[in-house]
Structures are given as structure tokens and as C-alpha cells.
Design a protein around this ligand. Structure first.
Ligand SMILES: [Zn+2]
Length: 301
């Protein structure tokens, strides 16, 4: 069973918004693309592991810390006699392995994911030891993309190639070990130790002034919205949404981008763009957010 579910990382949500609202440097575009692909790969792996029918707890996306070192585990599986950790890689194309190094063909070296998973395994072991837990850990690097090819595959049983994924699932399903209260305590412990804020986040610099204002269509992400009665309609894809929903969605996006900024009617009116009446914005904020202060010092939480 899924014990901790994966959610879209905050960093990725911010990038999704910035991608639409500012011109990104090619390096930033590359970073954003890698981030998106990485997340998509993890979601694909979730789709496989969520179907496991052995007795297990699945913890998706853990960010943990031990001895002042933060590390991330894409997926962790607790069974009766083992603990599995998975590092998921959504690489596509031809890669080769040579003398402990990974290269994207022809000669572009990438970080060796075996080193990464080895580090996570070691840190997790230290963390468990500190909490008096001893359970054998098995670590794997999973290459999830069916278009991935690895030449000169190292003889390392921690590597799971796309063609070996079904076998992995079958092997896990064949496990007959049962979970006990201790395993549940372990799952709870790991969830409680999970950190929300990632120190690995990397964002381009942006300000309110430099971002494109306006509401974005919830379906096709275009800015081509106009108001029709109580609804906002997209000219590009004809998607309809109530004004209330789209304003609140825009407020959420604004908060995500500017968590330190106070929400005011003036600001949200400008941010949304297409809603002509400030009163309409103010009514929505009054009803759905918490009003703080009086008169011209009013803001919303
Ligand atoms: Zn649209």
C-alpha cells in the first residue's frame, strides 16, 4: 500500500509558472526540462509500484537528513524482511559505461547514478542505526524510459533496465513476508523525518515586475482569456472556468511565486489582468481568504 504519496515538487510548480511568464535562458530551459522529465519518470515508476500486491508500505519521495547531510530517496519500499530504495532515472537515448563512469553517447559524462544510490543507501543506514532500527537495505537504480539503452552494462545487480522492470515487480510480489507493527512504526518514523523544503531547489532570479501578468488557461496554459458573465473563457481552447475558481487559482500561483508578498486587491487585480472590476476581485478575496487589517491597509491571508 502507498504510505506516503508523491506530490508535484514546489520547485517544479514554480518552474511551470515561470516558464509561461518569463523568457528563460537556454541553460534554465535545460534544467527545467530535466526536472520535468525526472518527475515524469518517478510518476511512471509509481504507477508500477502502486500495483504491488505483496504486503508492503510504499513511501514516495523522501527528503531526509542525517549528520547534517540531506539526501533524497525517490521511492522506498518496506517489506517484512527488506527495505528497498529506488533511484529513478528517466534517461532517453544511448549511454555507455566505462571505468566507473556513465556517458551519454558519444562522450558527455553524467554523474554516476550508482554513486548516488550508494550514498543514499549509506546515509539511510546511518539514519536507521541512529533510531535503533536494523533492516537490510537493498538499493536499485531504475532506468524507467523504454527508449534508454546502456552499452557495456556493468555487472552490478543494482541496475534495473527498462526490460527488467516487470521482473522486478514479479519478484517483489513473490515475497511472502508479512509486515508487523514495527514496520508501521518505521514507516511513520520516516514520514515524520521527511523534510518539506528541499535545499537542492534551483530557481532563476525573477521579480514581480519582470513577469508577464495575466490569468493562464487551466487547460492549454495560454493567456487568451476573456470574461463572459460569471465565467472566464479561453479563446484558444474554449475551456470555461468560473471567475471565482480562476481568480483563486491565480492567487495560489501568485503565492507560490511570491510567498513573502502581501495579497491585496490591487495586486491581484493587476496580476489577473482580465477581470475589469476591482470590486469583483475584492468580493472573491473577502469571501475565500482571511482579511487582515482595515481600510487601505487591508491584505489577505
Ligand atoms: Zn485554453
Amino acid at each position: 500500500m502507498v504510505y506516503k504519496i508523491r506530490s508535484v515538487p514546489v520547485e517544479l510548480c514554480i518552474w511551470n509558472s515561470l516558464f509561461k511568464r518569463m523568457k528563460l535562458h537556454p541553460n534554465d530551459k535545460q534544467y527545467y526540462s530535466n526536472l520535468t522529465r525526472g518527475y515524469e519518470g518517478e510518476v511512471q515508476f509509481d504507477a508500477l509500484t502502486e500495483k504491488l500486491n505483496c504486503d508492503c508500505y510504499l513511501l514516495q519521495d523522501l527528503l531526509l537528513q542525517t549528520n547534517n547531510t540531506t539526501f533524497q530517496i525517490d521511492s522506498l519500499l518496506i517489506t517484512g524482511n527488506q527495505l528497498y530504495i529506488f533511484e529513478v532515472k528517466n534517461y532517453e537515448g544511448d549511454y555507455h559505461y566505462e571505468q566507473d563512469k556513465f556517458f551519454k553517447k558519444p562522450q558527455y559524462e553524467i554523474n554516476n547514478p550508482l554513486h548516488q544510490i550508494g550514498r543514499s543507501e549509506s546515509l539511510l543506514r546511518q539514519l536507521l542505526f541512529k533510531h535503533g532500527i536494523s533492516l537490510q537495505i537493498k538499493a536499485f537504480v531504475v532506468f524507467i524510459n523504454p527508449e534508454f539503452t546502456l552499452y557495456q552494462v556493468p555487472q552490478d545487480n543494482r541496475i534495473i533496465l527498462p526490460t527488467q522492470l516487470n521482473r522486478l515487480i514479479k519478484q517483489l510480489n513473490a515475497s511472502s513476508s508479512k509486515l508487523t507493527k514495527q514496520h508501521k512504526n518505521l514507516a511513520n518514523k520516516l514520514v515524520s523525518l521527511h523534510l518539506e523544503e528541499s535545499p537542492f531547489s534551483q530557481l532563476p532570479s525573477y521579480t514581480y515586475e519582470t513577469l508577464r501578468k495575466g490569468m493562464i488557461c487551466c487547460k492549454c496554459s495560454s493567456f487568451t482569456l476573456h470574461v463572459e458573465g460569471k465565467e472566464v473563457v479561453c479563446i484558444t481552447c474554449q475551456q470555461r472556468e468560473t471567475i471565482i475558481t480562476s481568480v483563486l487559482r491565480s492567487v495560489d500561483e501568485f503565492r507560490l511565486l511570491f510567498p513573502e508578498c502581501k495579497i491585496t486587491t490591487r495586486l491581484i487585480h493587476e496580476w489577473c489582468g482580465v477581470i475589469e472590476s476591482k470590486k469583483r476581485i475584492s468580493r472573491i478575496l473577502d469571501k475565500h481568504l482571511v482579511k487582515v487589517g482595515v481600510k487601505r491597509w487591508v491584505y489577505y491571508k
